[in-house]
Design a protein around this ligand. Structure first.
Ligand code: TYD
Length: 211
């Protein structure tokens, strides 16, 4: 039985959510109930799968392989880390979850939301986030910096049309009634410290309700 709280952060590449998560890690460092994690990754096996997915050497990776690897990495993350910790009453904050696959593989790679949802339903076995923080910012302005850097990964190098499809799919999914009740909208066009304040205030309020 799930007792904790499962929170995910979503947004396009370059939206700044990873920097905000780093500030939150520092802010909540004395709170032992909160665990931070990320996708793809979060366990040893999932991080190995992450390396395969994101390596710029793997140019021949097919779209369906990519979608299945994200789902496989997620299944291990759910079974080994997320679900057992929620059962212990922990608050888990994950940098990305299923919504990323629906937007990136379903929309970005044109695999279709329904088929990507089907493999992910199998991977997560009925686990849903309690809240999704979405970082609203046009990826085409923020991504320029990242894709020009020599550290850019395979996904970041996928081109403007891909990232536009990803963002449009995110917006379409979030506008659907299904997500409305657990969506926390973040204006990620603001200065980093303002975004941090916005996120922290929402999180603090939700934690208060728990205690
Ligand atoms: P990462 O370095 O974590 O990017 P970011 O800091 O922007 O979150 O790399 C993850 C990349 O993988 C990112 O481009 C989004 C992509 N991704 C998918 O395409 N599908 C998924 O299911 C997940 C979790 C991530």
């Amino acid at each position: 039985m799930k007792k904790g709280l499962f929170i995910t952060f979503e947004g396009p590449d370059g939206c700044g959510k990873t920097s905000i998560i780093n500030l939150l890690k520092e802010y909540y460092k004395d709170n032992k109930k909160i665990l931070f994690t990320r996708e793809p990754g979060g366990t040893v096996i999932s991080e190995k799968i992450r390396d395969i997915i994101l390596s710029t050497k793997n140019v021949e990776m097919s779209k369906r392989t990519e979608a299945l690897l994200y789902a496989a990495s997620r299944a291990q993350h759910v079974d080994e880390f997320i679900r057992p910790n929620l059962e212990k009453g922990k608050i888990i904050i994950s940098d990305r979850f299923v919504l990323s696959s629906l937007a990136y593989q379903g929309g970005g790679r044109n695999l279709g939301i329904d088929s990507v949802k089907a493999i992910n339903d199998f991977a997560i076995d009925n686990l849903a986030p309690d809240f999704v923080f979405f970082f609203y910012v046009d990826p085409l302005t923020t991504l320029k910096r990242k894709s020009q850097s020599k550290d850019a990964d395979r996904l970041e190098l996928s081109g403007d049309d891909f990232h536009k499809r990803v963002y449009d799919t995110y917006i379409k999914l979030l506008d659907s009634m299904k997500y409305e009740k657990f969506l926390k909208k973040i204006d990620a066009t603001k200065q980093m410290l303002e975004v941090f304040e916005d996120v922290k205030n929402i999180l603090d309020k939700e934690m208060e309700k728990l205690s």
